[in-house]
Design a protein around this ligand. Structure first.
Ligand code: PLP
Length: 403
């Protein structure tokens, strides 16, 4: 009898999907001793105590049940209040706000809620970008269309760059500012340009503002607060980065009721709701977490200058990031690919950073280093890098930033 291929196998499109370039690298780094990691994208702080205590309080009282699919109404009111007072954009807590399991879940829901699978519907994605954007767009049956940015203009995307990639199939623009991995943010006039374009071509804007609270150079403008944008934007924000809460898996999405309702439909069948204790913690973060968050932001900004100046002293050209906690220096002058550079740096000097091409093809020639690490770790990593660059004959001194 002819032998058939076993049914016990994953779907072809999942087999074809490459694993995240970040994870692959860190699986290796985590097996090595004495590695200084500037690789992971998470705060080096624990969640502030009062926030942890709020979750403990809920657990101690046996508050361990499901919540409404949308999430706890008190938390949604607190989020709506926060967005209105901080950015001047008003959302109805009842039906325009959804509590999600991280911005990760929110993005996945939104892409699945807006894209008609297999019609070739396109999402414009400025690159370099967060590693999930392309796979999640494709899992939702859409087509990810990269729009390249470069160090020469500080990795700022412009409306004109986006306009060139618009086709009759374009449905949405996926923005992320401040950006992972470049740390670039966008000014209000730049965002207004993108807003005009969204209006002209009737596009949905998915605005991932998870690093908005971590803005150092440019005051953060919430995209949906721009005239006419509330009606066509899904805003994503969360607690992972601003309040050092990555492990709690808690975030929110706000947008026009029909889009949020569509997202809730998927969420109710797949996730049901976000964990209730994390929702209590998030509520506390909004009520009393600002002061501690401010201290963390202040400290990231200080480390940012240390690391960028350190790179520049070693001859790596590096723009000053405007937000988040990432730097994206250039290694073009070494003649190595970003993977070669990062692998050798890891094996020879035990410093873990992420190859730039993990964030899209135009990240080639760069690496991402996070400065959510202690000052001592950053200083030691810079010393190790100096040794490495010297050894490979690529040590230059005092290169000016490109932008
Ligand atoms: N969006 C961006 C740009 C990120 O960098 C990350 C995490 O690194 C996420 C979303 C995921 O955030 P969350 O922990 O809320 O799922």
């Amino acid at each position: 009898m002819e032998r058939k291929e076993s049914n016990v196998r994953p779907a072809d499109h999942i087999v074809a999907m490459p694993p995240s370039g970040i994870r692959k690298f860190f699986d290796v780094a985590s097996q090595m001793e004495g590695v200084i990691s500037l690789g992971v994208g998470e705060p080096d702080y624990s969640t502030p105590w009062t926030i942890r205590e709020a979750a403990i309080w809920a657990i101690e009282r046996g508050i361990t049940n499901y919540t409404s699919n949308h999430g706890m109404l008190e938390l949604r009111y607190a989020i709506a209040h926060h967005l209105e007072t901080k950015y001047g954009v008003a959302y109805r807590a009842e039906d325009e706000c959804l509590i999600t399991v991280g911005v990760s879940e929110g993005l996945d829901l939104a892409l699945r809620a807006i894209l008609n699978p297999h019609r070739g519907e396109e999402v414009l994605i400025p690159e370099p970008c967060y590693v999930s954007y392309k796979p999640c767009t494709e899992l939702a049956g859409g087509v990810a269309v990269p729009v390249h940015t470069s160090a020469e203009n500080g990795f700022h995307i412009t409306a004109e760059d986006l306009r060139k990639r618009i086709t009759p199939r374009t449905r949405a623009i996926l923005l992320n500012y401040p950006n992972n991995p470049t740390g670039a943010s966008l000014t209000r006039p730049e965002l207004e340009g993108i807003a005009h374009l969204a209006e002209e071509f009737d596009l949905i804007v998915l605005s991932d503002e998870i690093y908005g609270r971590l803005s150092y150079e440019i005051d953060h403008t919430c995209f949906s607060s721009l005239p006419g944008m509330r009606e066509r934007t899904i805003l994503f924000n969360g607690f992972s980065k601003a309040y050092a809460m990555t492990g709690w898996r808690i975030a929110y999405a706000c947008g026009p009721e029909p889009l949020i309702s569509a997202m809730v439909k998927i969420h109710q069948y797949t996730m049901l709701c976000a964990p209730i204790m994390a929702q209590y913690a998030a509520y506390e973060a909004l009520q009393h977490g600002e002061a501690e968050s401010d201290l963390m932001v202040e400290s990231y900004s200080q480390r940012r200058r240390l690391i960028v100046n350190g790179f520049r002293r070693l001859g790596l050209s590096c723009h000053m990031p405007e937000g988040a906690f990432y730097t994206f220096p250039s290694i073009r002058h070494t003649g190595m690919t970003s993977i070669e550079f990062c692998e050798r740096l890891l094996y020879e000097e035990k410093v873990a950073v992420v190859p730039g091409n993990a964030f899209g093809a135009c990240g080639e020639g760069h690496f991402r280093a996070s400065y959510a690490a202690s000052l001592e770790a950053i200083e030691e990593a810079l010393e190790r890098m100096e040794r490495f660059l010297d050894r490979i004959g690529a040590l230059k001194h005092d290169v000016e930033a490109v932008a």
